[in-house]
Design a protein around this ligand. Structure first.
Ligand code: GLU
Length: 464
Protein backbone atom coordinates (compact mmCIF):
# COMPACT_ATOMS: atom_id res chain seq x y z
CA UNK A 1 0.00 0.00 0.00
CA UNK A 2 1.24 3.53 -0.75
CA UNK A 3 -0.20 6.77 0.68
CA UNK A 4 -1.58 7.83 -2.67
CA UNK A 5 -5.27 8.66 -2.37
CA UNK A 6 -7.17 9.69 -5.49
CA UNK A 7 -10.85 10.03 -6.21
CA UNK A 8 -13.48 10.25 -8.89
CA UNK A 9 -16.21 12.72 -8.02
CA UNK A 10 -19.01 12.70 -10.59
CA UNK A 11 -22.11 14.86 -10.34
CA UNK A 12 -25.11 12.56 -10.89
CA UNK A 13 -26.88 14.80 -13.36
CA UNK A 14 -26.79 12.38 -16.31
CA UNK A 15 -25.06 9.28 -17.66
CA UNK A 16 -21.32 8.68 -17.40
CA UNK A 17 -19.86 10.31 -20.47
CA UNK A 18 -16.63 9.61 -22.29
CA UNK A 19 -14.74 12.42 -20.55
CA UNK A 20 -15.86 11.40 -17.06
CA UNK A 21 -15.03 7.78 -17.74
CA UNK A 22 -11.53 8.73 -18.84
CA UNK A 23 -11.02 10.75 -15.64
CA UNK A 24 -12.23 7.78 -13.60
CA UNK A 25 -9.93 5.46 -15.54
CA UNK A 26 -6.83 7.62 -15.03
CA UNK A 27 -7.53 7.78 -11.29
CA UNK A 28 -8.14 4.05 -11.12
CA UNK A 29 -4.99 3.18 -13.04
CA UNK A 30 -2.73 5.34 -10.96
CA UNK A 31 -4.22 4.03 -7.72
CA UNK A 32 -3.70 0.46 -8.88
CA UNK A 33 -0.22 1.09 -10.16
CA UNK A 34 0.95 2.76 -6.98
CA UNK A 35 -1.16 0.52 -4.76
CA UNK A 36 -2.92 3.57 -3.45
CA UNK A 37 -6.60 4.08 -2.69
CA UNK A 38 -9.32 5.03 -5.15
CA UNK A 39 -12.30 6.79 -3.60
CA UNK A 40 -15.67 7.32 -5.27
CA UNK A 41 -17.66 10.36 -4.22
CA UNK A 42 -21.05 11.30 -5.61
CA UNK A 43 -21.36 15.09 -5.79
CA UNK A 44 -25.09 15.44 -5.41
CA UNK A 45 -25.43 18.87 -3.84
CA UNK A 46 -27.33 20.17 -6.85
CA UNK A 47 -30.65 18.82 -5.60
CA UNK A 48 -32.60 19.85 -8.65
CA UNK A 49 -30.38 18.16 -11.21
CA UNK A 50 -29.13 15.12 -9.26
CA UNK A 51 -31.08 11.88 -9.65
CA UNK A 52 -30.82 8.35 -8.31
CA UNK A 53 -31.14 7.17 -11.89
CA UNK A 54 -27.94 9.00 -12.77
CA UNK A 55 -26.16 7.59 -9.72
CA UNK A 56 -27.17 4.08 -10.82
CA UNK A 57 -26.11 4.76 -14.39
CA UNK A 58 -22.69 5.99 -13.28
CA UNK A 59 -22.12 3.03 -10.96
CA UNK A 60 -23.21 0.62 -13.68
CA UNK A 61 -20.88 2.16 -16.22
CA UNK A 62 -17.93 2.02 -13.84
CA UNK A 63 -18.74 -1.58 -13.10
CA UNK A 64 -18.94 -2.39 -16.80
CA UNK A 65 -15.54 -0.80 -17.41
CA UNK A 66 -14.06 -2.68 -14.45
CA UNK A 67 -13.22 0.46 -12.49
CA UNK A 68 -13.64 -0.76 -8.95
CA UNK A 69 -13.11 1.63 -6.07
CA UNK A 70 -11.65 0.99 -2.65
CA UNK A 71 -13.81 3.42 -0.67
CA UNK A 72 -17.26 4.86 -1.20
CA UNK A 73 -19.47 5.73 -2.81
CA UNK A 74 -19.76 8.68 -0.44
CA UNK A 75 -22.66 11.05 -1.00
CA UNK A 76 -22.23 14.74 -0.40
CA UNK A 77 -25.93 15.02 0.39
CA UNK A 78 -25.21 13.03 3.57
CA UNK A 79 -22.47 15.34 4.75
CA UNK A 80 -24.26 18.64 5.20
CA UNK A 81 -23.54 18.80 8.95
CA UNK A 82 -19.84 18.74 8.24
CA UNK A 83 -20.13 21.50 5.64
CA UNK A 84 -22.23 23.64 7.99
CA UNK A 85 -19.66 23.33 10.74
CA UNK A 86 -16.95 24.45 8.32
CA UNK A 87 -18.99 27.48 7.30
CA UNK A 88 -19.25 28.38 11.00
CA UNK A 89 -15.51 27.93 11.43
CA UNK A 90 -14.77 30.35 8.62
CA UNK A 91 -17.33 32.87 9.89
CA UNK A 92 -15.86 32.67 13.38
CA UNK A 93 -12.36 33.20 12.08
CA UNK A 94 -13.52 36.18 10.04
CA UNK A 95 -12.61 34.37 6.82
CA UNK A 96 -16.15 34.38 5.48
CA UNK A 97 -19.01 36.84 5.69
CA UNK A 98 -22.72 37.27 5.11
CA UNK A 99 -23.55 39.05 1.91
CA UNK A 100 -26.97 40.68 1.62
CA UNK A 101 -26.62 42.01 -1.90
CA UNK A 102 -29.69 41.00 -3.91
CA UNK A 103 -29.45 39.37 -7.32
CA UNK A 104 -30.67 42.61 -8.95
CA UNK A 105 -28.09 44.64 -7.16
CA UNK A 106 -25.35 42.22 -8.16
CA UNK A 107 -26.42 42.27 -11.79
CA UNK A 108 -26.39 46.04 -11.83
CA UNK A 109 -22.89 46.07 -10.30
CA UNK A 110 -21.67 43.51 -12.78
CA UNK A 111 -22.96 45.50 -15.71
CA UNK A 112 -21.49 48.70 -14.39
CA UNK A 113 -18.11 47.01 -13.87
CA UNK A 114 -18.12 45.63 -17.40
CA UNK A 115 -19.09 48.98 -18.87
CA UNK A 116 -16.16 50.53 -17.07
CA UNK A 117 -13.95 47.92 -18.73
CA UNK A 118 -13.42 45.96 -15.52
CA UNK A 119 -14.01 42.31 -14.61
CA UNK A 120 -17.58 41.34 -13.63
CA UNK A 121 -16.50 40.60 -10.07
CA UNK A 122 -18.20 41.03 -6.73
CA UNK A 123 -17.08 44.40 -5.38
CA UNK A 124 -16.88 43.39 -1.71
CA UNK A 125 -19.71 45.62 -0.46
CA UNK A 126 -20.56 43.31 2.45
CA UNK A 127 -17.01 42.24 3.23
CA UNK A 128 -16.51 44.43 6.23
CA UNK A 129 -20.13 44.72 7.24
CA UNK A 130 -20.82 44.10 10.95
CA UNK A 131 -24.63 44.31 11.22
CA UNK A 132 -26.78 41.23 10.61
CA UNK A 133 -30.16 42.33 9.26
CA UNK A 134 -33.12 39.94 9.06
CA UNK A 135 -32.97 39.58 5.29
CA UNK A 136 -31.85 36.79 3.00
CA UNK A 137 -28.10 36.39 2.64
CA UNK A 138 -25.46 34.19 1.12
CA UNK A 139 -22.12 33.46 2.70
CA UNK A 140 -19.01 34.42 0.81
CA UNK A 141 -15.43 33.34 1.29
CA UNK A 142 -12.95 36.16 1.86
CA UNK A 143 -10.45 35.55 -0.91
CA UNK A 144 -7.11 37.18 -0.07
CA UNK A 145 -6.86 40.59 -1.75
CA UNK A 146 -3.16 40.59 -2.47
CA UNK A 147 -0.49 38.10 -3.41
CA UNK A 148 -1.08 35.27 -5.84
CA UNK A 149 -2.24 31.68 -5.88
CA UNK A 150 0.01 29.20 -7.66
CA UNK A 151 0.38 25.47 -7.95
CA UNK A 152 2.43 23.05 -9.98
CA UNK A 153 0.05 20.96 -12.02
CA UNK A 154 1.36 17.44 -12.65
CA UNK A 155 0.35 17.72 -16.31
CA UNK A 156 0.29 21.41 -17.14
CA UNK A 157 3.18 22.71 -15.06
CA UNK A 158 3.00 25.90 -13.01
CA UNK A 159 -0.29 27.76 -12.98
CA UNK A 160 -0.54 31.07 -11.18
CA UNK A 161 -3.12 33.84 -10.81
CA UNK A 162 -3.10 37.14 -8.95
CA UNK A 163 -5.52 36.95 -6.04
CA UNK A 164 -7.14 40.22 -7.00
CA UNK A 165 -8.38 38.38 -10.11
CA UNK A 166 -10.43 36.07 -7.91
CA UNK A 167 -13.92 36.67 -6.68
CA UNK A 168 -15.22 36.29 -3.13
CA UNK A 169 -16.90 32.98 -3.86
CA UNK A 170 -20.30 32.14 -2.48
CA UNK A 171 -19.87 29.12 -0.22
CA UNK A 172 -23.43 28.92 1.08
CA UNK A 173 -26.52 29.89 -0.89
CA UNK A 174 -29.56 31.78 0.40
CA UNK A 175 -31.34 28.47 0.98
CA UNK A 176 -28.53 27.35 3.28
CA UNK A 177 -27.04 24.85 0.81
CA UNK A 178 -23.26 24.82 0.38
CA UNK A 179 -21.71 25.26 -3.07
CA UNK A 180 -19.52 22.96 -5.15
CA UNK A 181 -16.19 24.76 -4.79
CA UNK A 182 -16.51 24.78 -1.02
CA UNK A 183 -17.63 21.21 -0.38
CA UNK A 184 -15.15 19.75 -2.83
CA UNK A 185 -12.33 21.26 -0.77
CA UNK A 186 -13.71 19.93 2.50
CA UNK A 187 -14.32 16.48 1.08
CA UNK A 188 -11.00 16.12 -0.69
CA UNK A 189 -9.22 17.21 2.49
CA UNK A 190 -11.32 15.17 4.92
CA UNK A 191 -11.05 12.10 2.70
CA UNK A 192 -7.30 12.48 2.67
CA UNK A 193 -7.10 12.93 -1.09
CA UNK A 194 -3.53 13.95 -1.93
CA UNK A 195 -3.75 14.00 -5.70
CA UNK A 196 -6.75 15.40 -7.55
CA UNK A 197 -6.95 14.21 -11.16
CA UNK A 198 -9.78 15.85 -13.10
CA UNK A 199 -10.65 17.56 -16.35
CA UNK A 200 -8.92 20.83 -17.14
CA UNK A 201 -12.26 22.62 -17.20
CA UNK A 202 -11.66 22.70 -13.44
CA UNK A 203 -8.39 24.69 -13.53
CA UNK A 204 -10.30 27.88 -12.80
CA UNK A 205 -11.91 26.21 -9.81
CA UNK A 206 -8.60 24.95 -8.50
CA UNK A 207 -7.15 28.43 -8.10
CA UNK A 208 -10.30 29.39 -6.21
CA UNK A 209 -10.19 26.29 -4.05
CA UNK A 210 -6.55 26.58 -2.95
CA UNK A 211 -7.14 29.68 -0.75
CA UNK A 212 -10.02 27.80 0.89
CA UNK A 213 -7.79 24.83 1.75
CA UNK A 214 -5.48 27.27 3.44
CA UNK A 215 -8.24 29.13 5.25
CA UNK A 216 -9.66 25.84 6.55
CA UNK A 217 -6.23 24.75 7.75
CA UNK A 218 -5.98 21.85 5.30
CA UNK A 219 -2.97 20.73 3.36
CA UNK A 220 -3.31 21.50 -0.35
CA UNK A 221 -3.29 18.30 -2.48
CA UNK A 222 -1.42 17.94 -5.74
CA UNK A 223 -3.40 18.48 -8.92
CA UNK A 224 -3.31 16.96 -12.39
CA UNK A 225 -5.68 18.51 -14.92
CA UNK A 226 -6.34 16.32 -17.90
CA UNK A 227 -6.89 18.04 -21.27
CA UNK A 228 -10.36 18.05 -22.81
CA UNK A 229 -11.68 15.64 -25.37
CA UNK A 230 -12.66 17.18 -28.69
CA UNK A 231 -14.71 16.00 -31.65
CA UNK A 232 -13.17 15.56 -35.11
CA UNK A 233 -13.95 19.23 -35.84
CA UNK A 234 -11.81 20.22 -32.83
CA UNK A 235 -14.86 21.44 -30.95
CA UNK A 236 -15.62 20.16 -27.46
CA UNK A 237 -16.99 16.62 -27.67
CA UNK A 238 -20.77 16.63 -27.77
CA UNK A 239 -23.70 14.65 -29.10
CA UNK A 240 -23.05 16.06 -32.55
CA UNK A 241 -19.97 13.83 -32.72
CA UNK A 242 -21.86 10.63 -31.91
CA UNK A 243 -22.85 9.00 -28.64
CA UNK A 244 -21.06 10.47 -25.63
CA UNK A 245 -22.50 8.10 -23.04
CA UNK A 246 -20.21 5.19 -22.23
CA UNK A 247 -23.14 2.81 -21.89
CA UNK A 248 -24.46 3.75 -25.32
CA UNK A 249 -21.36 1.98 -26.66
CA UNK A 250 -22.22 -1.12 -24.71
CA UNK A 251 -25.66 -1.01 -26.35
CA UNK A 252 -23.96 -0.76 -29.72
CA UNK A 253 -22.03 -3.95 -29.04
CA UNK A 254 -18.69 -2.64 -27.81
CA UNK A 255 -16.60 -4.60 -25.34
CA UNK A 256 -15.47 -2.87 -22.15
CA UNK A 257 -11.83 -3.70 -22.83
CA UNK A 258 -12.07 -1.89 -26.18
CA UNK A 259 -13.60 1.10 -24.45
CA UNK A 260 -10.93 1.17 -21.74
CA UNK A 261 -8.17 0.80 -24.31
CA UNK A 262 -9.72 3.58 -26.35
CA UNK A 263 -10.30 5.94 -23.43
CA UNK A 264 -6.78 5.70 -22.11
CA UNK A 265 -5.33 6.73 -25.45
CA UNK A 266 -7.38 9.92 -25.39
CA UNK A 267 -4.58 11.82 -23.74
CA UNK A 268 -2.06 9.18 -22.71
CA UNK A 269 0.47 7.39 -24.89
CA UNK A 270 3.22 4.82 -24.62
CA UNK A 271 5.44 4.99 -27.72
CA UNK A 272 3.60 3.63 -30.74
CA UNK A 273 1.69 1.00 -28.82
CA UNK A 274 -2.05 0.88 -29.35
CA UNK A 275 -3.25 -2.31 -27.71
CA UNK A 276 -3.29 -2.39 -23.93
CA UNK A 277 -4.97 -4.78 -21.54
CA UNK A 278 -5.98 -3.42 -18.15
CA UNK A 279 -2.97 -5.17 -16.62
CA UNK A 280 -0.62 -3.54 -19.16
CA UNK A 281 -2.13 -0.19 -18.32
CA UNK A 282 -1.74 -0.65 -14.60
CA UNK A 283 1.91 -1.39 -15.22
CA UNK A 284 2.59 1.33 -17.76
CA UNK A 285 0.31 4.25 -16.95
CA UNK A 286 1.87 7.43 -15.64
CA UNK A 287 0.81 11.06 -15.45
CA UNK A 288 4.12 12.07 -17.00
CA UNK A 289 2.98 10.47 -20.29
CA UNK A 290 -0.32 12.32 -20.38
CA UNK A 291 -0.06 14.96 -23.09
CA UNK A 292 -0.89 18.61 -22.72
CA UNK A 293 -3.01 18.87 -25.81
CA UNK A 294 -6.64 17.84 -26.15
CA UNK A 295 -7.54 14.31 -27.24
CA UNK A 296 -9.63 13.95 -30.38
CA UNK A 297 -12.45 11.43 -30.31
CA UNK A 298 -12.23 9.04 -33.22
CA UNK A 299 -15.08 6.49 -33.45
CA UNK A 300 -13.28 4.57 -36.23
CA UNK A 301 -10.40 3.82 -33.94
CA UNK A 302 -12.74 2.66 -31.22
CA UNK A 303 -14.36 0.33 -33.73
CA UNK A 304 -10.96 -0.94 -34.82
CA UNK A 305 -10.08 -1.77 -31.23
CA UNK A 306 -13.41 -3.47 -30.72
CA UNK A 307 -12.81 -5.61 -33.79
CA UNK A 308 -9.45 -6.57 -32.34
CA UNK A 309 -10.92 -7.59 -29.00
CA UNK A 310 -13.69 -9.56 -30.66
CA UNK A 311 -11.19 -11.44 -32.82
CA UNK A 312 -8.99 -12.27 -29.87
CA UNK A 313 -11.68 -12.67 -27.21
CA UNK A 314 -12.40 -15.84 -25.28
CA UNK A 315 -15.23 -17.56 -27.23
CA UNK A 316 -16.86 -18.76 -24.04
CA UNK A 317 -17.10 -15.24 -22.65
CA UNK A 318 -18.27 -13.74 -25.96
CA UNK A 319 -20.85 -16.54 -26.12
CA UNK A 320 -22.39 -15.32 -22.88
CA UNK A 321 -22.62 -11.77 -24.19
CA UNK A 322 -24.08 -12.78 -27.55
CA UNK A 323 -26.54 -15.10 -25.81
CA UNK A 324 -27.78 -12.18 -23.74
CA UNK A 325 -28.31 -10.09 -26.86
CA UNK A 326 -30.13 -12.84 -28.74
CA UNK A 327 -32.34 -13.63 -25.77
CA UNK A 328 -33.15 -9.94 -25.53
CA UNK A 329 -34.35 -10.19 -29.13
CA UNK A 330 -36.57 -13.13 -28.25
CA UNK A 331 -34.44 -15.75 -30.02
CA UNK A 332 -34.74 -19.23 -28.52
CA UNK A 333 -31.14 -20.26 -27.98
CA UNK A 334 -31.85 -23.29 -25.81
CA UNK A 335 -32.48 -25.58 -28.74
CA UNK A 336 -29.64 -24.42 -30.93
CA UNK A 337 -25.97 -25.24 -31.31
CA UNK A 338 -23.32 -24.51 -28.71
CA UNK A 339 -22.94 -20.73 -28.53
CA UNK A 340 -19.16 -20.78 -28.18
CA UNK A 341 -18.92 -22.83 -31.39
CA UNK A 342 -21.19 -20.29 -33.08
CA UNK A 343 -19.04 -17.43 -31.83
CA UNK A 344 -15.85 -19.01 -33.18
CA UNK A 345 -17.30 -18.96 -36.69
CA UNK A 346 -18.05 -15.25 -36.39
CA UNK A 347 -15.06 -13.80 -34.55
CA UNK A 348 -13.22 -12.95 -37.76
CA UNK A 349 -16.28 -11.34 -39.29
CA UNK A 350 -17.97 -9.17 -36.69
CA UNK A 351 -16.82 -5.75 -35.54
CA UNK A 352 -19.34 -5.50 -32.69
CA UNK A 353 -21.35 -7.88 -30.53
CA UNK A 354 -24.48 -6.55 -32.17
CA UNK A 355 -23.12 -7.58 -35.58
CA UNK A 356 -22.13 -10.92 -34.11
CA UNK A 357 -25.60 -11.53 -32.72
CA UNK A 358 -27.08 -10.55 -36.07
CA UNK A 359 -24.75 -12.99 -37.83
CA UNK A 360 -25.55 -15.74 -35.30
CA UNK A 361 -29.30 -15.62 -35.67
CA UNK A 362 -29.61 -18.13 -38.48
CA UNK A 363 -28.00 -20.80 -36.30
CA UNK A 364 -31.04 -20.66 -34.05
CA UNK A 365 -33.81 -19.77 -36.48
CA UNK A 366 -34.37 -21.60 -39.76
CA UNK A 367 -34.88 -19.16 -42.63
CA UNK A 368 -38.60 -18.61 -43.12
CA UNK A 369 -38.07 -17.23 -46.60
CA UNK A 370 -35.08 -17.10 -48.91
CA UNK A 371 -33.52 -13.97 -50.27
CA UNK A 372 -35.34 -13.63 -53.58
CA UNK A 373 -32.43 -12.93 -55.89
CA UNK A 374 -30.28 -15.55 -54.18
CA UNK A 375 -33.01 -18.19 -54.41
CA UNK A 376 -33.61 -17.44 -58.08
CA UNK A 377 -29.94 -18.08 -58.77
CA UNK A 378 -29.00 -20.81 -56.33
CA UNK A 379 -32.24 -22.60 -55.39
CA UNK A 380 -33.77 -23.37 -58.76
CA UNK A 381 -34.67 -26.57 -60.58
CA UNK A 382 -31.08 -26.99 -61.80
CA UNK A 383 -29.94 -27.34 -58.19
CA UNK A 384 -32.26 -30.22 -57.38
CA UNK A 385 -29.52 -32.80 -58.00
CA UNK A 386 -27.04 -30.85 -55.86
CA UNK A 387 -29.48 -30.72 -52.95
CA UNK A 388 -30.22 -34.44 -53.27
CA UNK A 389 -26.51 -35.25 -53.28
CA UNK A 390 -25.94 -33.07 -50.24
CA UNK A 391 -28.70 -34.82 -48.35
CA UNK A 392 -27.28 -38.17 -49.30
CA UNK A 393 -23.64 -37.44 -48.38
CA UNK A 394 -24.26 -35.41 -45.24
CA UNK A 395 -27.00 -37.80 -44.15
CA UNK A 396 -24.57 -40.72 -44.35
CA UNK A 397 -22.11 -39.23 -41.86
CA UNK A 398 -21.80 -40.89 -38.48
CA UNK A 399 -19.99 -37.89 -36.99
CA UNK A 400 -20.37 -34.28 -37.92
CA UNK A 401 -17.03 -32.67 -37.07
CA UNK A 402 -15.50 -30.10 -39.39
CA UNK A 403 -13.28 -32.83 -40.88
CA UNK A 404 -16.21 -35.18 -41.43
CA UNK A 405 -18.17 -32.46 -43.15
CA UNK A 406 -15.21 -31.51 -45.31
CA UNK A 407 -14.67 -35.07 -46.44
CA UNK A 408 -18.36 -35.50 -47.22
CA UNK A 409 -18.20 -32.45 -49.47
CA UNK A 410 -15.05 -33.85 -51.11
CA UNK A 411 -16.65 -37.15 -51.98
CA UNK A 412 -19.74 -35.31 -53.20
CA UNK A 413 -17.59 -33.19 -55.49
CA UNK A 414 -15.75 -36.26 -56.77
CA UNK A 415 -18.98 -38.12 -57.46
CA UNK A 416 -20.66 -35.19 -59.22
CA UNK A 417 -17.67 -33.50 -60.81
CA UNK A 418 -18.98 -30.20 -59.39
CA UNK A 419 -16.68 -27.58 -57.88
CA UNK A 420 -17.36 -26.03 -54.45
CA UNK A 421 -18.23 -22.77 -56.21
CA UNK A 422 -21.26 -24.55 -57.72
CA UNK A 423 -22.38 -26.11 -54.45
CA UNK A 424 -21.49 -23.62 -51.73
CA UNK A 425 -23.96 -20.83 -52.58
CA UNK A 426 -26.83 -23.33 -52.75
CA UNK A 427 -25.96 -24.74 -49.33
CA UNK A 428 -25.64 -21.24 -47.94
CA UNK A 429 -29.02 -20.05 -49.17
CA UNK A 430 -30.68 -23.27 -48.00
CA UNK A 431 -29.17 -23.05 -44.53
CA UNK A 432 -29.10 -19.31 -43.86
CA UNK A 433 -31.62 -17.81 -46.27
CA UNK A 434 -29.00 -15.52 -47.82
CA UNK A 435 -25.58 -15.43 -49.41
CA UNK A 436 -23.46 -14.15 -46.55
CA UNK A 437 -22.24 -16.42 -43.77
CA UNK A 438 -19.11 -17.85 -42.21
CA UNK A 439 -17.26 -20.62 -44.07
CA UNK A 440 -19.74 -23.18 -45.30
CA UNK A 441 -18.03 -26.21 -43.69
CA UNK A 442 -18.07 -24.46 -40.32
CA UNK A 443 -21.70 -23.50 -40.67
CA UNK A 444 -22.71 -27.05 -41.59
CA UNK A 445 -20.69 -28.62 -38.80
CA UNK A 446 -21.88 -26.18 -36.11
CA UNK A 447 -25.54 -26.39 -37.16
CA UNK A 448 -25.40 -30.16 -36.75
CA UNK A 449 -26.70 -33.00 -38.85
CA UNK A 450 -30.41 -32.88 -37.96
CA UNK A 451 -30.81 -29.19 -38.58
CA UNK A 452 -28.76 -29.25 -41.78
CA UNK A 453 -30.76 -32.13 -43.23
CA UNK A 454 -34.05 -30.53 -42.25
CA UNK A 455 -33.12 -27.23 -43.90
CA UNK A 456 -31.79 -28.91 -47.03
CA UNK A 457 -35.01 -30.91 -47.34
CA UNK A 458 -37.07 -27.81 -46.88
CA UNK A 459 -35.08 -26.10 -49.64
CA UNK A 460 -35.61 -29.10 -51.87
CA UNK A 461 -39.34 -28.95 -51.22
CA UNK A 462 -39.35 -25.27 -52.07
CA UNK A 463 -38.32 -26.14 -55.63
CA UNK A 464 -41.88 -27.37 -56.07
N1 GLU B 1 -18.41 16.92 -9.65
C1 GLU B 1 -17.55 17.56 -10.59
C2 GLU B 1 -17.99 17.23 -12.00
O1 GLU B 1 -18.66 16.22 -12.20
C3 GLU B 1 -16.12 17.12 -10.51
C4 GLU B 1 -15.45 17.75 -9.41
C5 GLU B 1 -14.02 17.43 -9.29
O2 GLU B 1 -13.51 16.47 -9.87
O3 GLU B 1 -13.41 18.14 -8.51
O4 GLU B 1 -17.63 17.96 -12.88
Amino acid sequence: MSDLRVRFAPSPTGFLHIGGARTALFNYLLAKKEQGTFVLRIEDTDVERSTQESVDAILQAMDWLGLSYDEGPFYQSERYDLYKSKVSDLLNKGLAYRCYCSADKLNAKREAAMKAGGKPRYDGTCRERTDQPESPFVIRFKTPLDGNTAFVDRIKGTISVENDELDDLIIQRTDGNPTYNFVVVIDDAEMGINLVIRGDDHVNNTVRQIPMYKALGYEVPEFAHVPMILGSDKKRLSKRHGATSVMAYREMGFLPEAMVNYLVRLGWSCGDEEIFSMDDLIEKFSLESVGRSAGVFNPDKLLWLNEHYIKTGDPQRLAGLVAELLEGQGVDIENGPDMAAVVKTLQERAKTLVEMAEGARFYFEAPETYDEAAAAKFLNEEKRAVLELLIKHLGALMNFTLEDVESAFKSLMEESGLKLGKIGPTVRVALTGGTVSPSIYEVVSVLGQDVVLARLKKALASLG
